[in-house]
Each structure stands twice: as C-alpha cells, then as structure tokens.
Design a binder for this molecule. Structure first.
Ligand SMILES: *Cc1c(COP(=O)(O)O)cnc(C)c1O
Length: 371
C-alpha cells in the first residue's frame, strides 16, 4: 500500500463542494492542544464568524464536532421530549430524516406532506398547527437537497410562533448560498453543514439556538438521551474564554479549515455570496435549457445552489455520470429516493459556484449527451 492520492475532481453534486486551497492549507497547519489558549481564541472567533453567517446574536452558536446529520440530531435530541407532538414538513429525503429523529426520541410526529420538487406550503402548516394546538415544535428543511426546492423560512417560522411552537430549521445546504436571517426571521434552532455552500471539508455542523429554545433544553423533565450531543454539557465546552471545561476533543485541524472558510465568506460578504449563487444559477439554467434540459422545481421555488433536472429521454443515467467522472473529472449528483434514475442534481455550492465551473459543466454535458 502507498499514500492515498485522490484524483483532482470538480465537485458539482449535492456536496461535498470544491474547497479553496486556502482552506486546505489552513487544515495542514500544526495541531495544537484543544485547551491551548491559542486554540481557545480561535474557537471564540469561529463562534463570532458563525453568528455572522447565520445573522444571529444567539449566544449558543457553535460548531458540533460531527457532520450535518449530527447537527440535525442535536436539535431533535435536545428539544424533543417523550410524548411531545412535533409537526414536521416533508417534501423530500431530509424531511423524512427529521421524522425519523422525532420518533426515535419518543416524539409524536404530525406530517405535513408536499410533493417532491415543491416548497413546503405555508397554508398546510397553518392547518396542521390549528388542528394540533398541543404541538410544541415545527420542523422543516430550508433547502431540500434531494429535490432543489427552497421553502419560505420567514413565513413558516411566523406560523410556528403564532401557534406557540419552537421552530427547528435544516439549513445544511442553504447557509452561505441563499438568504437566511436567523434573528430577523425568528428561527429557534438551526443546523447546517460545512461541506455545502461554506465549501469547507465535511465533518462539522454549525448550530444556533435561541434563548427560548435553550430554556426548553435547560428545563427538560428527562435527561437528553445522548451524552455526546447533550447541549447542557457541550455548552460548557464551547462557553467563552477560559471557562472551557473538557467534554470531548474538538477536531482541531478541521476547525482551522472552518475558520478559514468563514473568513473567506466574511471577506466576500454574505450578501455578495448569495448574489453570486443566484447569478451563476441563471447562467447554468440558460445553458441547460438551450440543450433542451428541463428543471424539476417550479422557477419561483428553485434553489440556485442545487439544480435538479430531469434526465433527458433515452439517456443512460449511470453511464453519463461515469463518463463525466472518468473523462472530465466532473462529479454531478444522482437522484435520491423517489428521484433515483430520473433526476440529476447539479450543485453550485460555495467554491463550485464559479463562472469557469459553470461553463466547464455545460461543455462537458454537451460533449457526452447524444445529439
Ligand atoms: C447534506 C445534508 C444533510 C446531512 O449532512 P451530512 O453532513 O451529510 O451529515 C442534512 N440535511 C440536508 C438538507 C443536507 O443537504
């Protein structure tokens, strides 16, 4: 066996996305102790930078030391108590995973279903809230990566608040790619991932909890059934400054990478990053449509960073994707769940959302598709 040298790909699927050399170089810097004052200073900066990315002043804004799925689990394991009724909006794979979380932690899931490829319908959520006045939480996905649909966080959180429910929002694919304002929109608990629009290495999940959500965590009748994800304990580790108490060993070098990618986001400006995703989506869309390729999601509900398109008739899904990978070192995403074999998912996330990559992707598709 020898050292592993991965091929150099262009990643235009549902994540991970391409990573800037600055972020990879940050990761290669010397490992220091996770309670070293120098590291603690960097952790505090990561929290500040995450507050900017989420547009929040929430004190509990921090990176969970595990991928996006662990951020999801952190929200549900801390906020759902046995017997709690939780309204969950499902319009793709990740809404289904939320339901799985609710049920595993003893909650009772009330499902608000929308078709795959469409956003969550606010009126359906409102009807469910009215029909279940004892519900305590509303959960939904902002950017449904399995379909490319974008739901209206502001409106859905308003409905949750009106019915006295906490909101849990999945922002794994939305953070850094489309407008998201945690405080202004009144989100109570939110989680994201590093490997999508933040263009960092996989393995970290930024989260943010409002005071209202934290009250619920602090006043639970039962212990959080996960030791590792129990925020009552984790908060002591991520508390500011020298008060930090050992909980687990943070992934030191991965956090260097996150720090660097968040600095890059701050330097670009959050709103400029949103705009870049929107603009290049338009370029990709024009190119795809000129090849006769059709989008899955209605135009007003589309995510710029995740473009789901119907695989053209007579085109062999796996063969085309293999050809793109082998001949062009280009990865695009396959369909997931109900969309397997029917849909491709072309990601324009973070560093993958650059003009030259859009042009490259269009040229490669043009070359491999039958004329
Ligand atoms: C990718 C993704 C996740 C899971 O994140 P991992 O880092 O793969 O664990 C959760 N929700 C959505 C919407 C995602 O796109």
């Amino acid at each position: 066996m020898q050292s592993f040298n991965p091929p150099i790909r262009t990643l235009m699927g549902p994540g991970p996305s391409d990573i800037h050399p600055r972020v990879l170089q940050a990761m290669a810097r010397p490992t220091i102790g996770h309670l070293d004052p120098a590291f603690i200073g960097m952790m505090d900066e990561v929290k500040e930078l995450l507050k900017y990315a989420f547009q929040t002043k929430n004190e509990l804004t921090m990176p969970v030391s595990a991928p996006g799925s662990a951020g999801m689990e952190t929200c549900f394991v801390n906020l759902v108590e046995p017997g709690d009724k939780v309204i969950v909006c499902i319009n793709g794979v990740f809404g289904n995973r939320m339901k799985e979380n609710i049920e595993r932690f003893g909650g009772q899931a009330v499902v608000v279903a929308d078709d795959w490829g469409t956003a969550v319908t606010p009126a359906k959520l409102e009807a469910a809230c009215a029909a279940h006045p004892d519900a305590k939480i509303v959960a939904f996905v902002h950017a449904e990566t399995s379909t490319g649909a974008c739901s209206d966080v502001k409106t859905l959180c308003e409905i949750a608040r009106k019915y006295d429910c906490l909101s849990i929002v999945d922002a794994v694919t939305s953070l850094g790619g489309v407008e998201l304002r945690v405080d202004e929109w009144g989100v109570d608990a939110i989680y994201s991932g590093t490997q999508k629009c933040l263009s960092c290495v996989p393995g970290i999940s930024p989260i943010s909890f409002s005071e209202k959500a934290l009250d619920k965590v602090r006043n639970r009748k039962t212990k959080v059934p996960s030791w590792f994800l129990d925020l009552n304990l984790v908060m002591g580790y991520w508390a500011g400054g020298q008060k930090r108490a050992y909980h687990h060993t943070a992934p030191v070098n991965t956090l260097y990478a996150l720090h660097e990618s968040l600095i890059m986001l701050k330097d670009e400006g959050l709103e400029n990053a949103w705009q870049r995703h929107a603009q290049l989506h338009q370029e990709l869309k024009s190119g795809l449509e000129s090849m006769g390729i059709r989008f899955v999601v209605p135009e007003s509900q589309r995510l710029p960073q995740l473009n789901s398109v119907w695989i053209p008739d007579g085109v062999k899904d796996a063969e085309v994707r293999a050809q793109l990978l082998n001949e062009y070192n280009l990865e695009i995403g396959a369909g997931l769940g109900d969309f397997a074999g029917k849909v491709w998912r072309i990601g324009l996330m973070g560093q993958s959302c650059r003009k030259e990559k859009v042009l490259f992707c269009l040229a490669a598709l043009q070359a491999v598709l039958p004329h």
